[in-house]
Design a protein around this ligand. Structure first.
Ligand code: FE2
Length: 385
């Protein structure tokens, strides 16, 4: 989904016979999207990557259980009330689901004990609290609070949270391909000069020399279930890679916000898109500058989408009673807008310090049992003056 990068040593053309510096055969692995029509990467390995044998898996994926009460209401979930789990793989907890996307959170206390492949979709984390490293055959990719962390579908990896730090991550899984909005690209695929970010804002893993952590366990999530495998060799045996599919980090504060004379609608904050979902980043910025501008968003009925907001701090201009880690769900079918007092409390400061991730989802979202357990039951009524 990003620009092509090359690390390490790669043969002069794809699909040639090649050897390691020690004279052993070099094995090319092609990771391709949309069949063979989409973005791809090629990894050059010391060992054949397709020797994994089925094996027992110690834990089962907690498949999301839909738990809608059938009522059309605005909802608020406190994601930091979700229980901590031992590993990032186990900690991925679905809160809102539809056919296109899973919206959840993860609060791991330690590193993945095995390698993990999510073969169900592209993943995007937003790190509210904590830091760590995504380790994959592409190399190590450090992340910290305020980062988006993208892990493409099918990429073997292991997440290692920094020891001793509390972790709180938003977790998103997309059934279709996650990408930078097409309108930000020019005809040759570069990010346009007027895009809200540049290629330099995206960080890729740094490939190191092949290594063996001694781990051979692999868990593959496919069709909502975990499948165990045993690897024949260390999967971190890559001498070079070349391609446009790899884990990445994008710091939310690298997003360059748009400001208008009067209020601009949320898609100006579009950061990533996938079929059925648009991800927008709200970051600190000056407010609208017309002398009579109303910097508070207008109440609206965006009748074709369910809107979800994940708040990274408690400073959202139009909302009260939310906290860092709050997740609001405003379903299509009922209007939503600012909390009482947002208009009346003007004049506001000329700046907003809000940091939030928004998703517009084109299919209705259902809460899970995990979401219902952390729901703020008074939220819908908090909009009454
Ligand atoms: Fe909205």
């Amino acid at each position: 989904m990003l620009e092509r990068r090359v690390q390490g040593t790669v043969p002069e053309k794809p699909h040639l016979r090649a050897r390691t510096p020690g004279g052993e055969p070099l094995y090319e692995e092609c990771l391709t999207r949309a069949g063979f029509d989409g973005p791809f990467s090629m990894l050059y390995r010391q060992h054949r990557p397709h020797e994994a044998e089925p094996d027992a898996v110690n834990a089962a994926f907690a498949a999301p259980e839909r738990a809608s009460d059938g009522k059309l209401l605005r909802r608020h979930y406190r994601s930091r009330d979700v229980a901590e789990r031992a590993t990032p793989a186990e900690a991925r907890t679905a809160l809102l689901v539809n056919a296109d996307v899973t919206i959840g959170c993860a609060r791991p206390t330690g590193p993945d004990a095995t390698y993990f492949v999510n073969a169900d979709g592209d993943e995007l984390f937003f790190v509210l609290e904590g830091s760590g490293v995504v380790r994959s055959p592409f190399g190590d990719l450090p992340f910290r609070a305020g980062d988006y962390v993208g892990v493409p579908k099918g990429v073997l990896h292991r997440i290692l949270p920094t020891a001793g730090e509390r972790q709180a991550w938003l977790w998103l899984e997309f059934r279709g391909a996650l990408a930078v909005p097409a309108r930000y690209r020019n005809a040759v695929g570069q990010l346009r000069m007027d895009a809200p970010y540049s290629h330099r804002d995206f960080r890729a893993p740094a490939l190191t020399a092949p290594r063996d952590e001694g781990l051979r366990g692999l868990v593959v999530k496919r069709r909502g279930a975990w499948h165990g495998f045993r690897l024949a060799h260390s999967p971190l045996d890559v001498l070079g890679w070349d391609g446009a599919v790899y884990p990445f980090v994008f710091p939310i504060l690298a997003f360059s916000p748009r400001v208008g004379q009067v209020h601009l609608p949320p898609p100006v904050h579009a950061t990533f898109e996938a079929p059925g979902a648009l991800v927008c980043s709200f970051v600190p910025r000056p407010l609208d500058f017309h002398p009579q501008a109303n910097p508070v968003p207008y109440p609206h009925s965006s009748v074709d989408v369910d809107e979800v907001l994940f708040y990274a701090n408690d400073a959202f201009t139009s909302r009260q009673g939310i906290e860092a880690g709050s997740l609001s769900h405003h379903p299509a079918g009922i209007a939503h807008g600012p909390h009482p007092g947002a208009y009346e409390n003007q004049p506001l400061e000329p700046l907003t310090r809000e940091i939030a991730v928004m998703l517009d989802c084109s299919s209705p979202l259902d809460p899970t049992t995990a979401a219902r357990a952390i729901e703020d039951p008074d939220y819908h009524h908090s909009f009454r003056a």
